[in-house]
Design a protein around this ligand. Structure first.
Ligand SMILES: Nc1ncnc2c1ncn2[C@@H]1O[C@H](COP(=O)(O)OP(=O)(O)OP(=O)(O)O)[C@@H](O)[C@H]1O
Length: 248
């Protein structure tokens, strides 16, 4: 029986940046498979290339050499317009700074990714309401981002990321601006999206407690990944989930 291809397969990926007269090599030959349903936490020193990798996965940046396959199809052959279409259908981003538009209401911020689709305004309203419900903010739709706490703003950003129902969510330090309690709330929502809706999540984080929520942890250093062992807490969670699945 043939095995389904990885969702993302990075093969001998090279990424370099020009810095003044120098060329800095971020990835010399990076290999990585990410599977559908993974919740992958990426850790590593500042400047090791974690955000660069998210940008490569999200089609915002391109590799200088090597291949990035999505479901077995090469992303590097796509034109810029095709890449934008691919992003709209397959990948959403969540950032440390939330990146909400301050002059738009919560509902309008969440609706933005749908404005490029053929959906009617009634369909868009329905989707926005469902997304805000899912992140626990059903009554905040008319407010402006500045009227919300940091944790609530990040939940709006999560609603915006899920409103198009993309299968991949790419998170760059999603809890970097939040206190512990609020971070935990945001992480629980991400875990729920992964567990209940099957979203594939790739999360860059410096926070070991955030990484512990993921099902797979990797450490990026000097252009290569090391898999990190499961924590006891995570192993217990995975085993409880497996037991629940077996019982179902
Ligand atoms: N567009 C760019 N042009 C030039 N250099 C860049 C560009 N983007 C990133 N870099 C450099 O590439 C390296 C990796 O950057 P990246 O942001 O991916 O690291 P990171 O691991 O996410 O860091 P941090 O944890 O501090 O966010 C850094 O040295 C950065 O300065």
């Amino acid at each position: 029986m043939s095995q389904a291809p990885a969702l993302f397969s990075l093969q001998a990926v090279v990424k370099r940046y020009q810095r003044g007269d120098d060329v800095v090599c971020i990835f010399n030959s990076l290999d990585l498979d990410i599977h559908s349903g993974d919740f992958l936490a990426m850790m590593g020193p500042s400047g090791s290339g974690k955000s660069t990798l998210l940008n490569l996965l999200g089609g915002i940046d391109r590799a200088d050499a090597g291949r990035i396959l999505f479901r077995g199809q090469a992303m590097d052959t796509l034109t810029e317009a095709q890449l934008s279409q691919w992003r709209a259908r397959h990948a959403a981003f969540i950032f440390q700074q939330f990146n909400l538009l301050p002059m738009l209401s919560v509902a309008r911020n969440v609706e933005l990714p749908l404005m490029l689709t053929a959906m009617s305004s009634a369909q868009r309203r329905e989707r926005v309401a469902a997304a805000l419900e899912l992140v626990g903010l059903p009554t905040q739709s008319a407010r402006l981002p500045s009227q919300l706490s940091g944790g609530q703003q990040q939940r709006v950003a999560i609603a915006r990321a899920i409103v198009s129902d993309t299968e991949v969510i790419l998170c760059d330090e999603p809890t970097g601006n939040l206190d512990r309690h609020t971070s935990d709330e945001v992480l629980q929502i991400l875990a729920l999206l992964n567990r209940e809706l099957g979203k594939t999540i790739v999360m860059v984080t410096h926070d070991p407690q955030a990484a512990a929520v993921a099902s797979r942890r990797m450490h990026l250093d000097k252009g290569q990944f090391l898999a990190l062992p499961d924590t006891a807490a995570n192993a217990a969670r995975v085993s409880a989930e497996s037991a629940a699945l077996v019982a179902a």
